[in-house]
Design a protein around this ligand. Sequence first.
Ligand code: ADP
Length: 212
Amino acid sequence: MELSKRQTQIVEIVKRHGPITGRKIAEKLSLIRATLRPDLTLLTMAGLLEARPRVGYYYTGKTPTVLIANTIQQIKVGDLKSVPAVIRETSTVYDAAVQMFLEDKGTLFVVREGGYLEGVVSRKDLLKTAMGGADLHKMPIGVIMTRMPNLITTTPEEPLLIAAQKLIAKEVDALPVVRAVIDENGQEALEVVGRITKTTITKIFVELGNGR
Ligand code: ADP
């Protein structure tokens, strides 16, 4: 958030003299109270100032950067996850390539019956297999996918910031959003409920940049 010259002056006055009433701030700027009202409203809404009834305005100590960080830290994976693109383990590498193309996805999550996570296949996995000369119509993706315990996942409750850090640290493009469940056989399993990708993070970056 870029402050106007007057808003910066107000913040400086409140920093030095707060708590201070709107009328006193106006006096110091040789303005009338009504003129300052929009600025005071904006600064309060932005979290830079806080207003206490009968006491006046005081400075919260929160810089715009801290406020943006607070906003980002509150976003949960569950707020933004999108629909996952899934494929069965028995599908062929060729099927996976066709599905990626048709659904315009760079990563597919491999699931067994019931929607439980088994693995991940990315574009590079398919390229590697194609370069190796295997018969793409015969090779099942179960053979080439990345599987447990090497899968990096996230949950709806996890902060999006942590998910974004995983994308960077593990150098992957997408994370399956999972929920730990007990399957029909009484075994622990991960149900795929969504996905987080680098595009998810780019979109939220743009939204925050546009002040939404
Ligand atoms: P690309 O193939 O477009 O480079 P990635 O960088 O995401 O896509 O994939 C690189 C490798 O990491 C692939 O072998 C893929 O199977 C694996 N991979 C992708 N996503 C995950 C994930 N969430 N957890 C574990 N491995 C993954």
